[in-house]
Design a protein around this ligand. Structure first.
Ligand code: NAI
Ligand code: MG
Length: 333
């Protein structure tokens, strides 16, 4: 049996609670795992002076994969920075994968199974901003590179193949952003020639925002630039259970970090109301990444069976606590 080094980053708030649940669930699967914990976030900042120490970055690099809970990012603390953005940049985690899949719950729309592949390192979030004209003119530069576009578009087509999906939508605004979206679009058409088995479709971002609400079933894989992907992926997750079940992965050439989409939810801390499912679905994504697809599917099936039985936390109209849901998932595994 393959053995894997898994780095755990509990973080703040409900982060440590859902990470502990993920560890229990992983331990119930037939896998050989070696866990190591590292610090990240506001508590780590208070302990060591940095919300993302170099030792944590090293631990992520050395691991086969990393599970991250959540951090609290309080505004206006001197020397504090968002460790999430810094981690993505430092480790060049260029692909943000955001699956959106129907869950067996009345609040979820049916037949949705979308994978949004968002570029995670450039675009409008490149960090190149300045003020001119005594502060009366603000400029943010939107950087799109051929290399950055090629690798995210390849990732989208590769993911489509791996998951037996038949189409990729490239979403852009090349009619207005002629240079940046123009480059992203033309690189997409070049790369698409390498994937004759997958149909390439294109859609303007405003149309896509509308179509995601009107008929989300039409999308299989969506690949897009950083800001557009940020907005569209948050939009999409609302049709299928919301933040308590939304998971994501950040993947680079040398490291991969999987996390729930939600934050540290301070009011939920210690109440037993945090839904661990988002963390479990992030864990299943990690298992897919490690090519442990059978374990990933077992975990997803167990989670779905619990939701179907109403064995859920209050956000999914259930009455169980975080730990009780975890026990039910483990029983079904
Ligand atoms: P949040 O995601 O923590 O909470 C938003 C809402 O969703 C709240 O009503 C919360 O109760 C609910 N919620 C979140 N996770 C849930 C779960 N597992 N089960 C059930 N309900 C859940 O976002 P918020 O309140 O804007 O931010 C709180 C802190 O988290 C802030 O310091 C923020 O900076 C940080 N944050 C961190 C992120 C990360 O670590 N990746 C992402 C988003 C926010
Ligand atoms: Mg977001």
């Amino acid at each position: 049996m393959m053995s894997y080094k898994i780095c755990l980053l509990p973080g703040d708030g409900i982060g440590p609670e859902v990470i502990a649940c993920a560890k229990d669930v992983l331990t119930a699967l037939p896998l050989e795992l070696d866990f190591a914990e590292s610090g990240i976030g506001f508590e780590e900042f208070q302990r060591s002076g940095s919300p993302l120490p170099d030792s944590t970055l090293q631990a992520i690099r050395h691991a086969d994969a990393t599970l991250f809970g959540a951090v609290t990012t309080p505004p206006a603390i001197p020397n504090y920075f968002s460790p999430v953005v810094r981690m993505r940049q430092s480790l060049d985690l260029y692909a943000n994968l955001r699956p959106t899949r129907s869950i067996p719950h009345e609040s979820s729309r049916p037949n949705i199974d979308i994978l949004i592949v968002r570029e995670n390192t450039e675009g409008l979030y490149s960090g190149i901003e300045r003020l001119e004209d005594d502060g009366d003119r603000a400029i943010t530069e939107r950087v799109i590179t051929r290399k950055g576009s090629e690798r995210i578009i390849r990732k989208a087509f590769d993911m489509a193949r791996q998951t037996n999906r038949k189409s990729v939508h490239v979403v852009h605004k090349a009619n207005v952003l002629r240079q940046t979206c123009g480059l992203f679009r033309s690189v997409t058409f070049e790369i698409a020639k390498e994937y004759q088995d997958i149909e390439l479709k294109e859609m303007l971002v405003d149309t896509c925002a509308m179509e995601l609400v009107r008929a989300p079933e039409q999308f299989e894989v969506v690949v897009t630039t950083n800001l557009f992907g940020d907005i569209l992926s948050d939009e999409a997750c609302m049709f299928v259970g919301g933040l308590g079940v939304a998971a994501s992965g950040n993947i680079g050439a040398e490291a991969a970090v999987f996390e729930p989409v939600h934050g540290s939810a301070p009011p939920l801390m210690g109440t037993g109301k945090a839904n661990p499912v988002a963390m479990f679905l992030a864990t299943a994504m990690m298992l897919d990444y490690l090519n442990e697809v059978e374990s990933a599917q077992r975990l997803r099936n167990a989670v779905n069976a619990c939701i179907l039985n109403g064995e859920s936390t209050p956000d999914l109209s259930g009455e169980l606590t975080t730990n009780q849901v975890t026990e039910k998932v483990i029983e079904k595994i």
